[in-house]
Design a protein around this ligand. Structure first.
Ligand code: IVH
Length: 700
């Protein structure tokens, strides 16, 4: 829709308008420019999922346009961005009309804005004090759901607010959205509901890790991941991403003949309760009711401090007039309801200078450009180093050293460069030249046709060797405590460690002579190394660092054999017959086990005492914990957390990520925290000690 040229031009225009807005010199002469800039950024945000400016910058311009239009009503046009919500249609799904237009929200950023909102609300209603319902502002993709005669009949994205994309099949993959709900119990025949689709932080991190393992750049933030997933044409893929949904508004309902409006629907809090009661995930637990704006302001500030502790992303709070009759009285503009206000938290964005780009060599030889930026605090963390993933990212964003860059860090998510501010260039910026040779071993770099990643294919490259060893000893792999990245590097540099088998041949006498190594740390290291020899087979397979083999695939492979070297005999086709293993993974595994050097290494590891047999195999599927779910909290008296979890999985049980009604057992150790409190409130969760846990799995 927008060419590269017009994109650049509109970005330049935007910066100019933002500067003008800052100096208070925007006027009615700028009106069409502001509209064009806003339309362009709406397109980037809603269609492409690739915003080029921060939300507060967009909001500033939007408000400036609103102000100019209010002062000059004759200049208002029907297609001004203030007259309809942002356009977001794609051609990929059938377009459907919402029963009621899906409006946006008015935004506020500080206490004064909220006090202003309250003043307007009091004026409009003629009341002294208003009751507000306050809930989180979920940061995902908005959806509309229609239920008819208790059945979910349609799910749609917001689109342009009037029409959206019909994505019912994808919506049906979301477990927190009931396929049927007893609306009829309340006399309701047809209901349209608004909500937000999210991907929680853990699932997002997991998904991104998979992308990185496949050499693909990870997604910028959970918001893009959620709204992008809604538009995927493969529902099975949608299901894998584990989307979640909160619903927070009933926008339309019709009643069965002779039925009256249920009393629940006379307040907003009541409608959240009704939805919750029908099995929806509404912010029933998160919502709070306040009389007057002062307590609302305090609550918004308090909640911001809790933001990082939530399992999903929120970008603010939404303040809603609780009484629906008052809402109707206050009405709405073409853009937002007058009875609601979003309070936006501090943006997790900042600007900094791109100082330099370093090129790091990974364990599979991949070359990753890493931007070194002037340290900048974002969301409580100082960011100074940002992965740029591959050459394409640098080209696409036209990054240059010396550029001012916009940086985003969403919650626990890795920081990311949104864009460079090309308008601020002085002419001294330098193009980033991707190396042709490995920065560590100087071998020529290669790139496969469909890949974006350059690789050093010298298997002996010192950088790769070190990274492979670091991965091997890491927590999720062989979990050799006390080894760590720093020691691997030190031992390698001193020639004490050259390859993976070298871990089991370390000369502890020499290490003892090194500074910083007392007898105790040597004893601990020695025992951790020796303990690792009996790690379950799937950990060893994962530790080998075979390309595309993450923890899940490693488990599948371990399950397929009773002895590691049997994998050597499996053909690519046989490997593909295993669960969730496609041609790419199968090819990589086959290549690894066809390589004589790798086999020699595995044989050496076996001679050094490592367990290559799958001792636990017979227990796994359908073990005595089959179907049961577990979660651990606090420090257990004898078992390490990882080992306890492995015991569950080996016996066919499942580890959950949080306390919910799906949880069967919470195993409690010392200093148990909020999980225990939460579990006490759910009758069906059995709270047990480590000793009881061992009894359950039959070890005592
Ligand atoms: S109420 C008429 N409540 O924020 C009802 N919206 O930036 C208007 N959002 O379009 C929406 N959490 O997609 C409402 N608790 C919440 C929300 C929420 C997130 C989204 C919604 C809206 C956008 C505006």
């Amino acid at each position: 829709m927008y060419s590269k040229e017009s994109t650049k031009e509109l970005q330049r225009l935007t910066t100019e308008l933002i500067k003008k807005q800052g100096s208070g010199s925007l006027s009615k002469k700028d009106i069409e420019h502001i509209r064009n800039a806003l339309r362009f950024h709406e397109y980037r945000y809603y269609i492409l999922n690739e915003p080029l400016i921060a939300d507060p910058e967009y909001d500033q311009l939007y408000k400036a346009l609103e102000k100019i239009e209010q002062e000059n009503p004759a200049l208002v046009t029907v297609n001004s961005p203030t007259q309809r919500v942002a356009n977001g249609l794609t051609k990929d799904f059938p377009t459907v009309q919402h029963l009621v237009p899906m409006l946006s929200l008015d935004n506020s950023y500080n206490s004064d804005d909220l006090i202003d909102f309250d003043r307007r609300a009091r004026e409009l209603t003629g009341l002294d004090k208003i009751e507000y319902c306050v809930e989180p502002k979920f940061d995902g993709g908005s959806i509309s759901l229609i239920y008819e005669n208790d059945l979910l009949i349609r799910g749609a994205t917001r689109g342009d607010g009037v029409e959206g994309d019909e994505v019912t099949t994808n919506i049906r993959q979301i477990r927190s959205i009931p396929l049927s709900a007893k609306f009829s119990d309340y006399g309701l025949q047809q209901v349209e509901i608004r909500g937000e689709v999210l991907i929680n932080k853990t699932n997002f991190a997991r998904y991104n890790q998979q992308l990185v393992e496949q050499g693909l750049p990870p997604l910028a933030n959970p918001r893009n991941a959620a709204s992008g997933t809604l538009r995927i044409k493969d529902p099975a893929e949608v299901a894998k991403r584990n989307l979640e949904a909160f619903v927070y508004h009933i926008s339309y309902f019709s009643l069965f003949k002779g039925k009256k409006i249920p009393p629940e629907l006379t307040t907003h809090a009541g409608s959240l309760e009704l939805l919750w009661g029908l099995g929806f995930r509404s912010p029933q637990k998160e919502k709070k009711i306040f009389k007057g704006i002062d307590a609302v302001v305090k609550h918004c500030h308090d909640f911001e401090a809790k933001r990082d502790g939530l399992p999903y992303e929120i970008d603010g709070m939404v303040i809603k007039v609780n009484d629906i009759a008052l809402q109707d009285k206050m009405g709405m503009t073409t853009h937002h309801p007058r009875w609601a206000m979003a309070y936006k938290f501090k943006a997790r964005q900042g600007t900094s200078k791109l100082l330099n780009v370093e090129f790091q060599v990974g364990r599979t030889g991949s070359i990753t450009p890493v931007a070194k930026i002037q340290p900048v605090p974002i969301g409580g963390v100082t960011v100074s180093s940002i992965s740029l993933f591959n050459e394409e990212v640098i080209k696409e964003k036209d990054l240059r050293t010396g550029d001012t860059v916009l940086v985003e860090r969403a919650g626990d998510v890795i920081p990311y460069i949104v864009k460079s501010l090309a308008e601020l260039r002085t002419g001294k910026e330098k193009k980033i030249v991707f190396p042709k040779i490995c920065p560590v071993c100087a071998s020529r770099l290669f790139k496969e046709e469909e890949e974006a990643v350059w690789r050093c294919i010298n298997i002996e490259c010192p950088a790769q060797v070190v990274e492979r060893i670091i991965h091997f000893v890491s927590k999720d792999a062989m979990d050799i405590r006390g080894f760590g990245e720093a020691n691997v590097r030190k031992f390698y540099e001193l020639g004490l460690l050259q390859d993976i088998p070298g871990i089991y041949k370390l000369d502890f006498k020499k290490i003892g002579e090194m500074e910083g190594f007392g007898q105790k740390s040597i004893d601990n290291l020695q025992s951790a190394i020796s303990h690792s020899k009996n790690q379950p087979l799937h950990r060893l397979i994962f530790a080998l660092g075979i390309r595309f083999v993450g923890e899940t695939t490693a488990k599948t492979l371990a399950q397929a054999v009773t002895y590691l070297l049997e994998l050597k005999k499996l053909s690519i086709e046989e490997l593909q017959d295993l669960e969730d293993i496609g041609p790419k993974v199968a090819g990589s595994v086959h290549q690894f086990f066809s390589n004589k050097d790798n086999i020699r290494m595995l044989e050496e590891l076996e001679k050094l005492g490592l367990q290559l047999k799958n001792t636990k195999k017979q227990l796994t599927k359908g073990g005595n914990l089959a179907g049961a779910s577990f979660l651990f909290t606090g420090t257990l008296p004898t078992l390490k957390r990882g080992d306890a979890e492995a015991l569950v999985e080996e016996n066919g049980g499942q580890i959950l990520s949080g306390v919910s009604t799906k949880l069967n057992y919470l195993v409690v150790g010392e200093d148990a925290g909020s999980k225990l409190e939460k579990a006490k409130k759910i009758n069906t969760v059995k709270i047990i000690s480590e000793a009881e846990f061992l009894q359950v799995i039959g070890k005592k």
